[in-house]
Design a protein. Structure first.
Ligand SMILES: [Zn+2]
Length: 422
């Protein structure tokens, strides 16, 4: 199975490794979707983040236990995403220990109030597709910022709610290691980073990882505040950390390197905002904004800004919707055609359904082929296999892991439909 060479190379960022950041401070990379960090104090240790599965947490704890047998005194959660909060019942080793998080912490594991109407089934379906759950190993090679191959046992099972909600930035003693907890809204509003001033080590959660920031996740996320994230990256860069331990991917060493990855990522976010705002101000369509958006030359080739996880064009759409809402300024879009009416018009324009199919077969433009296939499917033409092949062709050259996983998952579903018909 083919894959984008840069996405294959990104696998190095999530290779299994226990990395010493300083004497007594380690980070576990590649054992689960997210990283886990351990800080050794005088007689106890502190754990930062806990992975998405109890199996992943068990595997990491076993590695940490080779380094020290001091008991875990506390857990700090950088934010509420499932891949960071689901192994607390393993790391607490059966003890009642404090779990610290931002006062804004809002777990995505807490059952949603069933009086609130929300598209929960859609979110579940899209999440599975984004992460490639159910795909064969040769297709699910990467999560973008995590290994495709990782334990799935105990997914979401080891969550414990925070016991200590931190309202103000504060200094805290981790059994002899000075730390500062700093609110840092970014990928989520409830981010709280951990700064070790004596070691100049920053645990930044998901406000930075080795990939274009996931300003919009295709599983379906509400608007992430781009400006807040950019401001946070400026604030974090001003700490002048010598080591940056991210919530995913390998740590960054060296003050200059840390400063560069943080400020260029901020610059990328600001560029997307400015480019999109300028385009909207000029009255351009979102399709034209997204199809012409690229990063400035100065940062375009930075390996940590490649679109393994987030994507600039998706971010532009999210920024437009997050600031102006869904209406794109073109009054054509104030009215609505149903999919079947539009497909019927398209077939008529092509000179019939057969001619429309022929156009799809003839074109080398994979995106256009997908769009024609969608019309044909609405018209009950059996093009599932044809669309599945097109999606797979796109997946094989796609640098973005969540798009790749989604293309392959959609292809799998289309084949199931085709098979159930025959
Ligand atoms: Zn994460």
């Amino acid at each position: 199975m083919n894959a984008h060479p840069d996405l294959i190379a990104q696998g190095e960022q999530t290779r299994k490794d226990i990395i010493e950041l300083a004497p007594g401070i380690w980070t576990a990379v590649g054992y689960a979707a997210s990283t886990v960090h351990m800080i050794e104090g005088a007689t106890t240790v502190t754990i930062i983040d806990t992975t998405e599965t109890t199996q992943g947490a068990e595997n990491i704890l076993a590695e940490f236990r080779k380094l020290t047998d001091k008991p875990v005194a506390r857990i700090i959660l950088t934010h509420s995403h499932r891949d960071h909060i689901s192994g607390a019942t393993i790391f607490n080793e059966g003890q009642d220990i404090p779990i610290l998080a931002s006062h804004l912490f809002k777990s995505d594991l807490v059952d949603v109030d069933d009086t609130i109407i929300a598209p929960n089934a859609a979110l579940m379906r899209r999440t599975k597709m984004q992460f490639g759950i159910g795909l064969p190993d040769d297709q699910r090679i990467s999560l973008g910022v995590g290994p495709g191959d990782r334990p799935m046992k105990g997914m979401g099972a080891g969550f414990l709610p925070p016991t200590d909600l931190i309202e103000q930035d504060c200094d805290i003693d981790l059994d002899g290691v000075s730390a500062r907890l700093i609110h840092a809204p970014g990928e989520t509003d409830d981010h709280m980073v951990v700064w070790l001033p004596d070691h100049e080590i920053l645990f930044c959660g998901d406000n930075w990882y080795h990939a274009f920031p996931n300003l919009y996740a295709i599983r379906g996320t509400p608007y992430r505040d781009f400006q807040a994230w950019a401001n946070t990256l400026t604030m974090l860069s001003e700490l002048n950390a010598k080591t940056l331990a991210a919530g995913h991917t390998r740590p960054v060493f060296g003050a200059q390197n840390v400063h560069e990855v943080l400020t260029t990522t901020r610059d990328a976010i600001v560029h997307v905002m400015q480019f999109t705002a300028d385009g909207l101000d000029k009255g351009l369509s979102l399709d034209d904004i997204c199809s012409t958006l690229s990063l400035p030359d100065a940062i375009a080739n930075k390996p940590w800004l490649k679109e393994f996880y987030g994507k600039a064009s998706w971010s532009a759409r999210a920024f437009a919707v997050g600031t102006l809402g869904w209406y794109d300024g073109n009054p054509t879009h104030l009215g609505t055609l149903s999919s079947s009416t539009r497909a019927a018009h398209m077939a008529q324009l092509a000179g019939g359904v057969d001619k429309l199919l022929h156009k799809a077969e003839q074109t080398d433009d994979m995106q256009w082929r997908l769009e024609i296939c969608d019309h044909l499917l609405v018209l009950n033409e059996p093009v599932e296999e044809f669309k599945a092949q097109t999606l797979e062709a796109l997946a094989e050259v796609e640098i973005n892991a969540t798009a790749r996983n989604t293309y392959f998952s959609a292809a799998q579903q289309l084949r199931q439909i085709a098979n159930s018909r025959s």
